[in-house]
Write a protein of this length. Structure first.
Length: 116
């Protein structure tokens, strides 16, 4: 079985958009990918990225280590680390990068968005 960090690094490096997607709305979906690969080990934890924010990010705990798309993370860099409940997961399933964001490229000459 591949180590979680090796899988995460390979996925993250596969495209420049990948980290952005999984850090801006897709973090619960990233947990689901890890849960598929490590079904008996992966556990979702909700965290706050700032002390005053609501829970707004999901970390995945595997074998005592916490991960997101950036790799292994130290849980003490976040606030309010708690295991996600079954009810909360129903809410987290609705989190989406695509629902709240739009990817585009910029023209290398003028910097305007290329939309088509």
């Amino acid at each position: 079985m591949v180590e979680p960090i090796n899988f995460i690094n390979t996925l993250r490096e596969s495209d420049t958009y990948i980290p952005y997607i999984y850090l801006h709305g897709g973090c619960y979906q990233f947990y689901k990918v890890l849960k598929l690969l490590y079904p008996r080990k992966a556990v979702a934890y909700k965290v706050k990225t700032t002390q005053l924010s609501d829970y707004d990010h999901i970390l995945t705990k595997i074998d005592g280590k916490y991960y997101d798309i950036t790799g292994e993370v130290q849980s003490d860099t976040y606030f309010g680390l708690e295991r996600a409940t079954r009810q909360e997961k129903e809410v987290f399933k609705t989190w989406s990068f695509a629902f709240n964001n739009w990817l585009y490229k910029e023209c290398p000459n003028c910097g305007e968005p290329i939309t088509g």
